[in-house]
Structures are given as structure tokens and as C-alpha cells.
Design a protein around this ligand. Sequence first.
Ligand SMILES: NC(=O)C1=CN([C@@H]2O[C@H](COP(=O)(O)OP(=O)(O)OC[C@H]3O[C@@H](n4cnc5c(N)ncnc54)[C@H](O)[C@@H]3O)[C@@H](O)[C@H]2O)C=CC1
Ligand SMILES: N[C@@H](CC=O)C(=O)O
Length: 816
Amino acid sequence: MKIVKFGGSSVANAANILRCINIVKNKKSPVIVVVSALGGVTDLLQLAANQASKKEEAYHENYEVIAHRHLDIVRELIPVNQQAGILSNVLRKLNELETLLQGVFYLGELSLQTKDVILSFGERLSSFLIGEVLIAQGENCCSVNCRELIKTNNRFGKAAVNFDVTNTIIRQYFAKNNCDYYIVPGFVAESEDKFITTLGRGGSDYTAAIIAAALDLEEVEIWTDVSGIYTANPKMVKQAQVIENINFQEAMELSHFGAKVLYPSALEPILPKNITMLIKNTFDPEAKGSVVSNKAHNEGCNPIRGISNIDKIALLTLEGLGMVGVVGIARRLFEVLSHNEINVIFITQASSEHSICFAISEGEAVKAERLINEVFQFEIQQGKVKPIAVEFDLSIVAIVGDKIKGHQGLSGKMLSVLGRNNVNICAIAQGASERNISVVISHKDVKKALNTLHEAFFEEAVVQLNLFVMGVGNVGGKFLEQIEHQYAYLKNNLKINVRVVGMANSKKMFFNEEGIDLTDYKDDLASGVPVSQEAFLEQIKVLNMRNSVFVDNTANTEVAMTYASYLRNSIAVVTCNKVACSSDYAYYKLLRDLSRKYNAPFLYETNVGAGLPIIDTLKNLVASGDRVKEIQAVLSGSLNFIFNNFDGKLPFDQIVHQAQVEGYTEPNPKIDLSGIDVLRKLLILMRESGYVVEEKDIAVDSFLPEACLKAETVEEFYQSMKDNAAHFEALYNKAQEQEARLKFVATYKDGSAKVGLQFIGKEHPFYNLEGKDNIVLFFTDRYQEQPLLIKGAGAGAAVTASGIFADVIRIGNKLN
Ligand SMILES: NC(=O)C1=CN([C@@H]2O[C@H](COP(=O)(O)OP(=O)(O)OC[C@H]3O[C@@H](n4cnc5c(N)ncnc54)[C@H](O)[C@@H]3O)[C@@H](O)[C@H]2O)C=CC1
Ligand SMILES: N[C@@H](CC=O)C(=O)O
């Protein structure tokens, strides 16, 4: 004999019922088929009953929906010539239901006992219909009256089964009947006083388990709408996988903590008898499913079997100095909850006994608050205990596994991955069984927490980075191109999965939680919504994704001023925009402090020398105790390019334009030519060397004529260069006369810093600096005679983008 149980979604409509019948008929008979109510009907019955008890006429509309759903199934699945008798039976049951609801409406009262009768109609109707469909198909099928089979006490709503009586009745029933199929309504039972009772949440699974245990069957099949118990809720975690084998305790723990595939009560009868439970998908019968058994599973070495969550939780804290060492506080607290049937999901108590903290379902929090404050009224008046504190909008997330107890560092790992992603933990508990570690967190963080933990415990090999890219121009565009090109390499070789989730330019912003397709992001971006810095950050906060990185590829001050908000939300910042690090020292310091405080990387390697490893090298020098005493550098790729190419033949402004077209200048080339860009870079190098300096501490010796300096727009700037062509020619000629080359040099020595154009002679190491190259010489305590020298291409979209890319990979490597 076999036993299978179909959940509500499996029997939600005619098509699904036929699927179930197909599954059943593929099994060797006899088969006991336990069914739930049609999907959604129990909720509708509950709603209608509540509405009726509040004298809301709307209950009738819900009743009508219930009636039609069942009548439709008769019409769709029973041949017309056989419908009459079945329809009249269904209508009789529906009339009974309607009369009951009317009674509740007139009385304005709904007892638990009446509610059980109303709810029982769901399973009674579904089982009757499914039995009749099988009979109509010519099968030898018995419809079992579950009230005769399962006997309980009178605790309506969640009756306790009398196993002695029930087991005997079940054995006798199946011994004396000889059907191929037995259709049993789940969830419903009868008290010894002959009242209808129900078995509580997950009652149909429980019914199947009770029958399987009574008959000593080998296995119970639970057919549902998912392919088994997953490592996490697959609706929240895309990478969740089915757990093919799991033991009873782990399954119990996971289901207690919200894995809704089965309810812990369903395991109780089968656990002592070692009956296996198989969880299968009605909509994918070929999928393997999950086997729940009493076997220990040692395959692999992952001590965590799954991660689950319970939402809509409230956390209540009773605290006060008057609690310390006083016997009976906990008893009084939990007694009042128990007397009022308030289920406690999670408890933790500080060893100081100064407070007890526990979690219950949010819907019961207001009632619990009132009851507890009444119980402790005296202590509260005396100031010994504070009125109970209630926090709403919380969830519990638990990691579960039998082998947790044998592994060190799992709670540390759990807390650190959550902390790194800015998930605040309100309370922590590790069950005495050490089979789970659970934390209470804000509901808004649940998805992120589940994904982060899943990544850490199940996908350790690959870390996911979620990028939000501001600025997709010259540099930003190349950056996206490089990501697209390197995506597979990063995933396969570095185990970093880079996904661009949001992007913006100065007009529009666009988000796609699944990752933007970088092959044609331009259309997506054009279809986006108007950008604002606040809205961009807000959307990132709403998405609340793990390992989020904000990448600034603009030259914009407003954008630079948002970094603090990102870091405060534990969102890493990578930037090639020099404005933030060269603004007030206080802001630069704040950003570095926030980065440390919120464990959110703040990386800006490309601020000096584009893709050259200048800042990282400097950081390492300083961190290892070296001291920078002198800096000599050519830090402008565009100016180096311009003076290398200006030979007095082509006008100066045309060479500048060429540098801009090649992508070496700032969006506004005046920033380069006025020396501001180089000043910013020197300022950043000095700050990275440990000096507290401001912009005003660096002297700028500009080579631009007054008119160029006064130009307000890019067009005006070009015009002014054209107008002053003679000035630039004169500079060139003077250099020629001195057999020198023009280089825009940045220097720092003995507390004095300056930037300006210099005539560099042949003997100088800067003389042969080619194209758009940069060079920097660091004279330090350790590099006294021979400076540390870094040289190479210092401007250009591709090299800059690769510098930004390197910063992003640094973040990924740190997480891996
Ligand atoms: N070109 C180079 O060699 C190097 C450039 N950089 C830096 O790269 C940054 C970008 O330079 P390019 O790509 O050449 O500039 P670009 O002008 O080509 O691109 C700037 C992008 O930022 C966007 N943007 C501007 N203001 C914005 C705002 N308020 N909100 C949203 N988006 C905004 C623009 O729409 C555009 O997509 C600059 O900060 C520059 O200093 C750094 C190192 C080297
Ligand atoms: N405009 C800059 C580019 C890099 O910062 C330069 O010319 O060096």
C-alpha cells in the first residue's frame, strides 16, 4: 500500500486535479490519496467566516467564489450524464456551508468550534470531487470519511490526536476495505464527542503521516508545487538548490524556521517509525524531489543544509534591574503567552538576567504587549521592570544543519557576512540542539541576508558583485565594454560574478535587478527615468542587494558629494572622479573613516595616473612605515600629449582638441590646461603620503593667458586659445631656444608644493617622457638616492577603465 498527499496548489483547478490523478494512476494500487482543499479555498473560508462574524455582507461574495470553483470542477471533469447526482451532493454541502456562514453573520460570533466546521468544508469538498472523478473514470475508489478515521480531543483549531484509538480505527478500516484508491480529506478529524475538529496548519501532511504510521508504511509522498526542500526559498534566492537528502531533525528545523514545504507536525508520527517522506513536484513529476529520512547525510562537507526565514515577526523585550536573580519572571512571562495561545518562535536571554527577548508572530504582538504589561503591572509601577518593548517589521533568518555543532566559526561567518552587507542584527540565538543559528533582522533586509548567506555557505566559489554605475561617457563606456568582455573570465577564473544592476548618465537612470544586458545598454538607459542623485541612491537602498558597489565615472561635484551616504549604507565606492579626494581635507578624511567604520571599500586608484598603480604603491609604502619626503612628477597625460605634439606648425587649440578627441582631457579641458587637474593629483598624493593639506597649500603657476583663465564655457575656452595662438607659439620657441621640452611638473619638497610648466633639459628624466605618459618619482626614507619610479600611460579611456576595473576586482577578491 502507498500513501500520497496532494497540497492545495496541486488540486487548485480541474487541470491540476487531472495531473494528480495521472500521478496516482501510475502507481501500483492500492493507493491512499490524502488531499488538501482546492488552492486558496481555506483562506477564502477563513475570510468569509471572519467577515460574517463582523457582520460584513461581503462574506457572501467569497462564499459564491468558493461555490463556483467547486461546481466548475464537476462541470469540467465529470461527464454530463453523470453530473446530476454529484452536483446535488456538492450543492447540499455548499448549502450547509452557506447556512453556517449565515448563522455566524446573524450571531456576529465565531467560536473556534464553528470555525473548524466551516474550514472542514474545503477538504470535504475537494476529496469528494476527486473521488467522484476517479469513479467516473471507472476506478475502484472509496471516499473515506476522515472524521471516522482520526479521533482527537476537543481542542478546536489544533486538536490533539488520540493515537491509541486512531491507530486501531485506521488499521481496522484498511483491513476490511478493498479499494484500489482511497480518497481521504486531510486536515479534518472528529473529537470523541463527535464534533468536527481540525489538525492545525499543515494538517493534511499530518493526516497522511498519521495514516502512514498507523499502517507501518515505508514511505509518505507529499506532492506540492516545488521540487523539494530547497537550500533557501527559491523565490528569494535564485541559486537555491533542492536538498536531495535531508534528515528528520534538519527538515523539522528548516520547516520550523519557515521552509513552508512541510510542517514540523507532519514529521512527528513518522519519525519514531523511520518512515521516509518523499517531497515531489506535481508540476514536474520527473524531478527527483527531497527524501526526508532518519539517515545522517555525510556527503560533502558543508555543515549547513539550508537557510530559512520567517517573516512578520515582532521582537519583544522585557527588561529591568528588578529581574536580576528573581525566580519566576520567565515563568510568569511565558505562562501568560501560553495561556493565551501565543506561540513563541525565538527566545534569547542575556546571561545577566537583566532582559529576556523573544519573537512572536507580528499579528499577536499588540495583544501580547497588553497581557505582559498587565502581568508585570506591579513591577512596572515600582520601576523594577520597564513596560515591554515591541519592535515590528522584523524577520528571523536561520542557518540549519545537523553538523553545525561540530564546526567552529559558523556563527562568526554568518554574522560577518551579514555585517559586511549592512544587515543589522537585532537578536541572535543558537538552539540548544545546535542545529540552527538564528538571527532577528529587519524585514527589508531579508532578501539580501538570504542571498548573502546562501552565497557564503553554498556558493562559496563565486562572489556576486552588484554594480551601480554613474557616468557612462568616455571612461564609463569603456568600463562597461571591458566588463562585458571579461565577464566569463572573471566568473571562471577569479570566481567573481560582476553584474551591472543600475546605471545613469546626466539625464537618465535605469535599473534591472537581474543585471543589465551590456551589449545594448544604451537603449535601456535611454528608456530610463530622469536621474537625480537622491533617487539613484534611494533605488539602490530599496534594492538592498548584497555586495553593492557604486562606481563614479563622472567629473561631477554633486556626485562626489554623495559618497558619504553610500559608505554609510555599507555600499562600496569606486571612483575615477578626483573631486572628492581633492576637496576639503575634512571630507577626504570623513570618507576614509566611513569606509573603515562601515567596512565598505573606498577605492580611487585612477585619481592619479589613470590605470598606473600609483596610489596603491604609495599606500603600501606608508603602511609599511616608509615616509615620503619628496615627489617629482608629470601627472597630466593630456598636457604631456599636447606639449609632445605641439611643434608650432598646427595651432595650439587644435592640438588641445586632438587630446580631447583622443579622450585624454577632462570633460572640460580647461581643468587640465589651467593646472587644476594636476594640482588635484598632487594634493591626493600628498594626502595619501600622510600630509594634512588643502588646495590652497599648493602653488599653481599657470601658463595660460588671462583670457583663457576667464573663459566660462568649453567653447569660450577654445576661442580664447585660438585668440592667443601667439602666446603658445612663443612658449614653444623659447623651449626650442633652450633645447628644452615643455613639461607640466608637480613637485613637493620640504613642505612646499607647486605645479607649473617647466623647460626640461635633455639630462632630466622627464625629457623623454613620450605621448600621454605620466611619471612619478617618490623620494622616501627608504628610497633616498634612487627614487621609486612609476611611469606609463597616464590618460585615456581604456587605461582608466582598466584601473577602475582593477579596483572593482580588488573588492571581489577581498570578499572571496
Ligand atoms: N580620461 C582619462 O584619461 C581619465 C579620466 N578620469 C576621470 O574620468 C571621469 C570621466 O571622464 P570622461 O569619461 O572622459 O567624461 P565624459 O564627459 O565622457 O563622461 C562623463 C559621464 O558622466 C555623466 N555625468 C555627468 N554629470 C552627471 C551627473 N550629475 N549625474 C549623472 N551622470 C553625470 C555624463 O552624462 C557622462 O555619461 C572624470 O572624472 C575624469 O577625471 C580619470 C583618470 C583618467
Ligand atoms: N585629464 C587627465 C586624465 C586623467 O586623470 C589627464 O590629462 O591626465
